[in-house]
Write a protein that binds this ligand. Structure first.
Ligand SMILES: C[S@@+](CC[C@H](N)C(=O)[O-])C[C@H]1O[C@@H](n2cnc3c(N)ncnc32)[C@H](O)[C@@H]1O
Length: 363
């Protein structure tokens, strides 16, 4: 646990953590969570964790929230019935998951929220090990960690951030100030084959070669500096009626690929998972929500490795060949298949369509 009196930067300013340091044993909460406090206080009067969870679900009435959290019920279920005294939210966003978990777990004493632009632990979660170590939490003191990856609706709805092909804005796409380059740097400076690889591997776009060529043709005439200029450079995809491919805008996959490259999104998740697993207390749970198959595969592979399952060989092995050695088992898989949104949620929030939740538990 955090040393009594350790300081945590969270929404609303620097605060002291640790039950002994702040009197009434309540964590200092992010601003978005404050709405839930009255409810949490009522719940503390004898409510069990499960009934608290139900109440937290009933409290999901944030019609005006800037970002609607996905898989809320499933995330609450992942931690239901467990005593969460120390909880880490790896991707706080608008605090939707955070506030619901705080409401559902009145036993919570230490809350740590990571994000790149708000005043929580303002840090890329790739530095989770170092930041949690500063709070003396890196080594087995955390009961639950959630990472809800990707961009939030606030990113997409703010044209100046340059994430959206629907609004014109500078071609930026940096999630936080630590990103080394912007999307404009990628499209204007990277060699064509690198852009093609990004569109193919991170965008999973089958017309990668053509789209990379179009970007390079366009930048040969003038630098591509705005999202609208990039959409224009990409143009229509051949054979796709009205510029739509399987219900998604033709620029969707290219924008996704460039965003992943700019923010090194796969590398940061790969770095953060071992730090998160190390930080968990025995019985503690790590829940990760992904939004595209590359991330989901990465999370699946990492969880299986920590669960002691040897990675599948890329070719069939004969019986007399040395078999891959199983890694040490330090977690158990709580979800064997990813948990996905039900039809009601997909109907109400299109973002949840591609969300996948995986959960593992430290042994
Ligand atoms: C899908 S949103 C999370 C929404 C949040 N669960 C809620 O209920 O409002 C993802 C958030 O993760 C943040 N994020 C993405 N990559 C990050 C990273 N490497 N380190 C820290 N935060 C990151 C983004 O800034 C964004 O606010």
């Amino acid at each position: 646990m955090a040393a009594a009196g350790a300081t945590l930067g969270i929404a609303g300013g620097l605060v002291r953590t640790g039950a002994r340091a702040i009197g009434p044993p309540r964590p200092n909460l992010p601003a978005a969570a404050a709405r839930g406090l009255g409810r949490a206080r009522r719940l503390r009067a004898g409510a069990s964790t499960s009934s608290a969870t139900n109440e937290a679900r009933a409290g999901e009435d944030d019609g005006d929230a800037p970002h609607v959290p996905v898989l809320m019920r499933q995330v609450l279920d992942a931690f239901d019935g467990r005593s969460l005294r120390c909880y880490v939210d790896g991707t706080m966003g608008a605090g939707g998951h955070a506030s619901a978990i705080i409401r559902a777990h009145p036993e919570l004493r230490t809350f740590v929220g990571f994000d790149l632009r708000i005043h929580t632990v303002q840090s890329n979660f790739r530095h989770m090990r170092e930041r949690l170590a500063e709070l003396q939490l890196a080594d087995g003191g955390v009961d639950a960690i959630l990472m809800d990856l990707g961009v939030s609706s606030m990113h997409l709805d703010t044209p100046e951030r340059g994430f959206s092909f629907m609004n014109d804005g500078p071609l930026d796409m940096r999630m936080g100030p630590s990103a080394k380059m912007s999307a404009a740097d990628v499209v204007n400076e990277w060699p064509e084959e690198e852009i093609a690889r990004v569109i193919r591997d991170y965008g999973e776009e089958k017309h990668w070669r053509l789209l990379a060529r179009r970007i390079c043709d366009a930048r040969g005439i003038a630098p591509i500096e705005t999202t609208r200029q990039l959409v224009h450079a990409l143009g229509r995809i051949p054979g796709v009626k009205k510029g739509r491919s399987g219900g998604i805008h033709p620029a969707t996959r290219t924008f996704q690929g460039i965003r992943i490259a700019v923010n090194e999104e796969l590398a940061v998740v790969e770095e953060a998972i071992p730090a998160a697993v190390d930080a968990l207390a025995p019985g503690g749970r790590l829940a990760i929500i992904t939004f595209h198959s590359l991330e989901d595969k990465l999370v699946k592979r990492a969880f299986r490795t920590f669960a002691g399952i040897a990675p599948a060989s890329d070719r069939p092995l004969s019986a007399w060949e040395p078999q891959p050695e199983a890694p040490p088992k330090i977690v158990k898989l709580v979800t064997r298949k990813p948990v996905v949104a039900d039809d009601d949620e997909v109907g109400a929030n299109a973002r949840s369509r591609s969300a996948k939740l995986r959960v593992c538990e430290k042994l």
